[in-house]
Design a binder for this molecule. Sequence first.
Ligand SMILES: Nc1nc2c(ncn2[C@@H]2O[C@H](COP(=O)(O)OP(=O)(O)OP(=O)(O)O)[C@@H](O)[C@H]2O)c(=O)[nH]1
Ligand SMILES: [Mg+2]
Length: 290
Amino acid sequence: MTIHWFPGHMAKAHRMIREQLKLVDVVIELLDARIPISSANPVIEEIIGDKPHVVALNKADLAEAAATASWLAAFRAKGRPVVVLETISGKGSKELAAKAYDAASEKIARLAAKGIKARPVRAMILGIPNVGKSSLINRLLGTATVRTGDKPGVTRGQQWIKIGKNLELLDTPGVLWPKLEDQEAAFKLAVTGAISDEAVELEKVIMKLLALLAQHYSARLNERYRLTEPLADEMEELLSLIGERRGCKRSGGVIDLEKAGRIVLSEFRDGKLGRFTLDIPPETKLEQDN
Ligand SMILES: Nc1nc2c(ncn2[C@@H]2O[C@H](COP(=O)(O)OP(=O)(O)OP(=O)(O)O)[C@@H](O)[C@H]2O)c(=O)[nH]1
Ligand SMILES: [Mg+2]
Protein backbone atom coordinates (compact mmCIF):
# COMPACT_ATOMS: atom_id res chain seq x y z
CA MET A 1 0.00 0.00 0.00
CA THR A 2 1.60 3.22 -1.08
CA ILE A 3 0.72 6.30 0.84
CA HIS A 4 1.86 9.74 -0.11
CA TRP A 5 2.76 10.93 3.31
CA PHE A 6 4.14 14.34 3.25
CA PRO A 7 2.34 16.78 1.04
CA GLY A 8 3.72 20.32 1.09
CA HIS A 9 1.27 21.68 3.59
CA MET A 10 2.32 19.04 6.11
CA ALA A 11 5.94 20.15 5.95
CA LYS A 12 4.80 23.72 6.38
CA ALA A 13 2.65 22.74 9.34
CA HIS A 14 5.63 21.13 11.04
CA ARG A 15 7.57 24.35 10.62
CA MET A 16 4.69 26.40 12.01
CA ILE A 17 4.43 24.14 15.04
CA ARG A 18 8.06 24.72 15.93
CA GLU A 19 7.60 28.47 15.59
CA GLN A 20 4.38 28.65 17.58
CA LEU A 21 5.74 26.44 20.33
CA LYS A 22 7.72 29.37 21.65
CA LEU A 23 4.44 31.12 22.43
CA VAL A 24 2.64 28.32 24.25
CA ASP A 25 2.70 27.03 27.80
CA VAL A 26 1.31 23.56 27.18
CA VAL A 27 0.74 21.17 24.31
CA ILE A 28 -2.50 19.20 24.02
CA GLU A 29 -1.96 16.16 21.82
CA LEU A 30 -5.19 14.73 20.45
CA LEU A 31 -4.91 11.04 19.68
CA ASP A 32 -7.52 8.90 17.99
CA ALA A 33 -8.78 6.52 20.70
CA ARG A 34 -9.06 3.79 18.06
CA ILE A 35 -5.33 4.07 17.24
CA PRO A 36 -3.55 5.74 20.16
CA ILE A 37 -0.14 4.52 18.98
CA SER A 38 -0.49 4.95 15.22
CA SER A 39 -1.93 8.45 15.66
CA ALA A 40 0.78 9.61 18.06
CA ASN A 41 3.66 11.77 17.00
CA PRO A 42 6.74 9.60 17.54
CA VAL A 43 9.01 12.60 18.01
CA ILE A 44 6.74 14.84 19.99
CA GLU A 45 8.99 14.93 23.04
CA GLU A 46 11.83 16.03 20.80
CA ILE A 47 9.73 18.79 19.31
CA ILE A 48 8.19 20.13 22.49
CA GLY A 49 11.17 19.78 24.81
CA ASP A 50 10.18 20.32 28.42
CA LYS A 51 6.79 21.95 27.76
CA PRO A 52 3.96 20.27 29.64
CA HIS A 53 2.19 17.73 27.43
CA VAL A 54 -1.40 16.61 27.96
CA VAL A 55 -2.90 13.77 25.95
CA ALA A 56 -6.54 13.22 24.97
CA LEU A 57 -7.97 10.04 23.47
CA ASN A 58 -10.66 11.46 21.20
CA LYS A 59 -13.47 9.75 19.31
CA ALA A 60 -13.81 7.44 22.28
CA ASP A 61 -17.39 6.82 21.16
CA LEU A 62 -15.95 4.92 18.18
CA ALA A 63 -13.40 2.88 20.15
CA GLU A 64 -13.94 -0.20 22.28
CA ALA A 65 -14.54 0.95 25.83
CA ALA A 66 -12.40 -1.72 27.51
CA ALA A 67 -9.47 -0.97 25.21
CA THR A 68 -9.76 2.76 25.90
CA ALA A 69 -9.73 2.07 29.64
CA SER A 70 -6.52 0.06 29.17
CA TRP A 71 -4.91 2.80 27.13
CA LEU A 72 -5.90 5.35 29.74
CA ALA A 73 -4.21 3.25 32.42
CA ALA A 74 -1.12 2.80 30.23
CA PHE A 75 -0.70 6.55 29.72
CA ARG A 76 -1.30 7.21 33.41
CA ALA A 77 1.31 4.62 34.32
CA LYS A 78 3.80 6.68 32.34
CA GLY A 79 2.84 9.73 34.38
CA ARG A 80 1.20 11.47 31.45
CA PRO A 81 -1.88 13.64 32.10
CA VAL A 82 -4.54 11.99 29.93
CA VAL A 83 -8.26 12.37 29.29
CA VAL A 84 -10.80 10.28 27.41
CA LEU A 85 -12.65 12.57 25.06
CA GLU A 86 -15.67 12.64 22.79
CA THR A 87 -15.75 16.05 21.23
CA ILE A 88 -18.84 14.98 19.33
CA SER A 89 -20.82 14.98 22.58
CA GLY A 90 -18.48 17.15 24.62
CA LYS A 91 -17.69 14.41 27.12
CA GLY A 92 -14.26 15.03 28.67
CA SER A 93 -13.70 18.45 27.11
CA LYS A 94 -13.95 20.42 30.37
CA GLU A 95 -11.70 17.92 32.12
CA LEU A 96 -9.16 18.31 29.34
CA ALA A 97 -9.21 22.10 29.54
CA ALA A 98 -8.74 21.86 33.31
CA LYS A 99 -5.81 19.43 32.91
CA ALA A 100 -4.15 21.70 30.35
CA TYR A 101 -4.61 24.66 32.63
CA ASP A 102 -3.20 22.78 35.61
CA ALA A 103 -0.20 21.56 33.64
CA ALA A 104 0.70 25.14 32.74
CA SER A 105 -0.33 26.92 35.90
CA GLU A 106 3.01 26.33 37.60
CA LYS A 107 4.73 28.39 34.94
CA ILE A 108 2.12 31.15 35.14
CA ALA A 109 2.55 31.23 38.94
CA ARG A 110 6.32 31.45 38.48
CA LEU A 111 5.90 34.42 36.17
CA ALA A 112 3.45 36.02 38.59
CA ALA A 113 6.00 35.62 41.38
CA LYS A 114 8.44 37.59 39.26
CA GLY A 115 5.88 40.36 39.04
CA ILE A 116 4.71 39.49 35.52
CA LYS A 117 0.97 40.02 35.27
CA ALA A 118 -1.08 36.83 35.27
CA ARG A 119 -2.25 35.99 31.78
CA PRO A 120 -4.34 33.23 30.26
CA VAL A 121 -2.67 29.88 29.73
CA ARG A 122 -1.79 29.33 26.09
CA ALA A 123 -2.28 25.84 24.76
CA MET A 124 -1.56 24.43 21.37
CA ILE A 125 -3.63 21.56 20.03
CA LEU A 126 -1.66 19.07 17.98
CA GLY A 127 -2.84 15.96 16.24
CA ILE A 128 -3.22 14.08 13.01
CA PRO A 129 -5.70 15.34 10.41
CA ASN A 130 -9.40 14.76 11.14
CA VAL A 131 -8.87 13.75 14.78
CA GLY A 132 -11.21 16.45 16.11
CA LYS A 133 -8.96 19.38 17.04
CA SER A 134 -11.29 22.06 15.69
CA SER A 135 -14.33 20.25 17.08
CA LEU A 136 -12.73 20.41 20.52
CA ILE A 137 -12.39 24.16 20.26
CA ASN A 138 -16.00 24.56 19.16
CA ARG A 139 -17.10 22.30 21.98
CA LEU A 140 -15.24 24.37 24.56
CA LEU A 141 -16.62 27.58 23.11
CA GLY A 142 -20.14 26.21 22.84
CA THR A 143 -20.40 27.58 19.29
CA ALA A 144 -19.32 26.47 15.84
CA THR A 145 -16.61 29.12 15.54
CA VAL A 146 -13.90 27.23 13.66
CA ARG A 147 -14.45 25.10 10.62
CA THR A 148 -14.66 21.33 11.03
CA GLY A 149 -15.37 18.58 8.54
CA ASP A 150 -15.45 14.84 8.10
CA LYS A 151 -12.34 14.75 5.96
CA PRO A 152 -8.65 15.44 6.68
CA GLY A 153 -7.09 18.80 5.88
CA VAL A 154 -10.00 21.06 6.86
CA THR A 155 -7.97 23.48 8.98
CA ARG A 156 -5.30 25.12 6.84
CA GLY A 157 -3.98 28.01 8.90
CA GLN A 158 -3.63 28.39 12.62
CA GLN A 159 -5.86 30.46 14.78
CA TRP A 160 -5.89 31.57 18.41
CA ILE A 161 -9.21 31.19 20.20
CA LYS A 162 -9.95 32.50 23.67
CA ILE A 163 -11.84 30.13 25.94
CA GLY A 164 -13.20 32.06 28.92
CA LYS A 165 -10.77 34.26 30.80
CA ASN A 166 -8.07 31.75 31.58
CA LEU A 167 -7.29 29.77 28.48
CA GLU A 168 -6.25 30.46 24.91
CA LEU A 169 -6.14 27.64 22.41
CA LEU A 170 -4.26 27.47 19.15
CA ASP A 171 -6.00 25.42 16.47
CA THR A 172 -3.51 23.92 14.03
CA PRO A 173 -3.74 22.00 10.77
CA GLY A 174 -3.46 18.26 11.26
CA VAL A 175 -0.03 16.78 10.71
CA LEU A 176 0.85 13.25 9.71
CA TRP A 177 4.01 12.14 11.31
CA PRO A 178 6.31 10.57 8.77
CA LYS A 179 6.29 6.96 9.96
CA LEU A 180 7.09 6.01 6.42
CA GLU A 181 8.22 2.52 7.04
CA ASP A 182 5.22 1.42 9.07
CA GLN A 183 2.59 0.23 6.60
CA GLU A 184 0.34 -1.15 9.33
CA ALA A 185 0.15 2.30 10.89
CA ALA A 186 -0.45 3.73 7.42
CA PHE A 187 -3.39 1.39 6.93
CA LYS A 188 -4.87 2.32 10.31
CA LEU A 189 -4.53 6.03 9.56
CA ALA A 190 -6.13 5.60 6.15
CA VAL A 191 -9.01 3.44 7.32
CA THR A 192 -9.90 5.76 10.20
CA GLY A 193 -9.87 8.75 7.86
CA ALA A 194 -6.71 10.62 8.79
CA ILE A 195 -5.28 10.41 5.28
CA SER A 196 -7.40 11.61 2.43
CA ASP A 197 -8.95 8.91 0.29
CA GLU A 198 -7.31 10.46 -2.75
CA ALA A 199 -3.81 10.03 -1.31
CA VAL A 200 -4.08 6.29 -0.78
CA GLU A 201 -4.81 3.26 -2.88
CA LEU A 202 -8.33 3.18 -1.56
CA GLU A 203 -9.20 -0.17 -3.04
CA LYS A 204 -6.35 -1.83 -1.14
CA VAL A 205 -7.36 -0.10 2.07
CA ILE A 206 -10.93 -1.31 1.66
CA MET A 207 -9.88 -4.89 0.86
CA LYS A 208 -7.62 -4.96 3.89
CA LEU A 209 -10.45 -3.63 6.05
CA LEU A 210 -12.80 -6.24 4.71
CA ALA A 211 -10.29 -8.99 5.46
CA LEU A 212 -9.89 -7.67 9.01
CA LEU A 213 -13.65 -7.60 9.51
CA ALA A 214 -14.13 -11.05 8.02
CA GLN A 215 -11.39 -12.50 10.19
CA HIS A 216 -12.22 -10.94 13.54
CA TYR A 217 -15.67 -9.41 13.34
CA SER A 218 -17.68 -11.76 11.15
CA ALA A 219 -20.73 -11.57 13.42
CA ARG A 220 -20.93 -7.84 12.95
CA LEU A 221 -20.57 -8.20 9.18
CA ASN A 222 -23.28 -10.85 9.13
CA GLU A 223 -25.64 -8.73 11.12
CA ARG A 224 -25.11 -5.49 9.26
CA TYR A 225 -25.26 -6.91 5.77
CA ARG A 226 -27.50 -9.91 6.45
CA LEU A 227 -24.91 -12.36 5.19
CA THR A 228 -24.92 -16.04 5.88
CA GLU A 229 -22.27 -18.05 7.64
CA PRO A 230 -19.72 -19.10 6.73
CA LEU A 231 -18.53 -15.91 5.07
CA ALA A 232 -17.13 -16.13 1.58
CA ASP A 233 -13.37 -16.78 1.66
CA GLU A 234 -12.71 -14.56 -1.30
CA MET A 235 -12.93 -10.90 -0.35
CA GLU A 236 -14.21 -9.97 -3.77
CA GLU A 237 -17.04 -12.44 -3.44
CA LEU A 238 -17.84 -11.11 0.01
CA LEU A 239 -17.87 -7.54 -1.28
CA SER A 240 -20.08 -8.62 -4.13
CA LEU A 241 -22.61 -10.08 -1.67
CA ILE A 242 -22.56 -6.88 0.36
CA GLY A 243 -23.06 -4.89 -2.84
CA GLU A 244 -26.02 -7.07 -3.72
CA ARG A 245 -27.59 -6.46 -0.32
CA ARG A 246 -27.16 -2.75 -0.73
CA GLY A 247 -28.39 -2.57 -4.31
CA CYS A 248 -25.03 -1.49 -5.75
CA LYS A 249 -25.81 -2.52 -9.30
CA ARG A 250 -24.49 -1.11 -12.50
CA SER A 251 -26.51 -1.28 -15.69
CA GLY A 252 -26.64 -4.86 -16.85
CA GLY A 253 -26.91 -6.09 -13.25
CA VAL A 254 -23.16 -6.11 -12.56
CA ILE A 255 -22.36 -5.41 -8.92
CA ASP A 256 -20.49 -2.13 -8.40
CA LEU A 257 -17.71 -3.34 -6.11
CA GLU A 258 -16.24 0.11 -5.73
CA LYS A 259 -19.50 1.50 -4.43
CA ALA A 260 -19.97 -1.47 -2.10
CA GLY A 261 -16.46 -0.96 -0.76
CA ARG A 262 -17.08 2.70 -0.05
CA ILE A 263 -20.22 1.79 1.87
CA VAL A 264 -18.29 -0.61 4.11
CA LEU A 265 -15.56 1.97 4.67
CA SER A 266 -17.91 4.78 5.53
CA GLU A 267 -20.00 2.58 7.82
CA PHE A 268 -16.84 1.44 9.56
CA ARG A 269 -15.74 5.05 10.05
CA ASP A 270 -19.16 6.16 11.32
CA GLY A 271 -19.37 3.42 13.92
CA LYS A 272 -22.27 1.68 12.19
CA LEU A 273 -20.33 -1.59 12.30
CA GLY A 274 -19.68 -1.12 16.01
CA ARG A 275 -16.76 0.21 17.99
CA PHE A 276 -13.22 -0.69 16.99
CA THR A 277 -9.81 -0.30 18.54
CA LEU A 278 -7.10 -1.13 16.03
CA ASP A 279 -4.06 -0.48 18.21
CA ILE A 280 -4.53 -3.22 20.75
CA PRO A 281 -3.43 -2.38 24.27
CA PRO A 282 -1.40 -4.99 26.11
CA GLU A 283 -3.45 -7.62 27.92
CA THR A 284 -6.84 -6.50 26.73
CA LYS A 285 -9.63 -8.71 25.53
CA LEU A 286 -11.29 -7.06 22.56
CA GLU A 287 -14.86 -7.66 21.46
CA GLN A 288 -13.69 -9.48 18.36
CA ASP A 289 -14.80 -13.05 17.66
CA ASN A 290 -11.36 -14.61 18.16
N1 LIG B 1 -17.59 10.09 16.29
C1 LIG B 1 -16.89 11.16 16.59
N2 LIG B 1 -16.58 12.03 15.62
C2 LIG B 1 -15.86 13.12 15.97
C3 LIG B 1 -15.43 13.37 17.29
N3 LIG B 1 -14.72 14.52 17.30
C4 LIG B 1 -14.73 14.97 16.04
N4 LIG B 1 -15.42 14.15 15.23
C5 LIG B 1 -15.66 14.30 13.79
O1 LIG B 1 -14.41 14.20 13.14
C6 LIG B 1 -14.38 15.03 11.97
C7 LIG B 1 -13.15 15.91 12.00
O2 LIG B 1 -13.27 16.89 12.99
P1 LIG B 1 -12.40 18.23 12.95
O3 LIG B 1 -12.63 18.93 14.25
O4 LIG B 1 -12.62 18.97 11.70
O5 LIG B 1 -10.94 17.60 12.94
P2 LIG B 1 -9.54 18.36 12.88
O6 LIG B 1 -8.62 17.58 13.75
O7 LIG B 1 -9.70 19.80 13.18
O8 LIG B 1 -9.16 18.09 11.36
P3 LIG B 1 -8.14 18.94 10.39
O9 LIG B 1 -8.44 20.38 10.57
O10 LIG B 1 -8.49 18.42 9.04
O11 LIG B 1 -6.77 18.55 10.82
C8 LIG B 1 -15.69 15.82 11.99
O12 LIG B 1 -16.58 15.18 11.11
C9 LIG B 1 -16.15 15.69 13.43
O13 LIG B 1 -17.56 15.77 13.56
C10 LIG B 1 -15.78 12.41 18.30
O14 LIG B 1 -15.46 12.52 19.48
N5 LIG B 1 -16.50 11.34 17.87
MG1 LIG C 1 -9.29 21.40 12.08
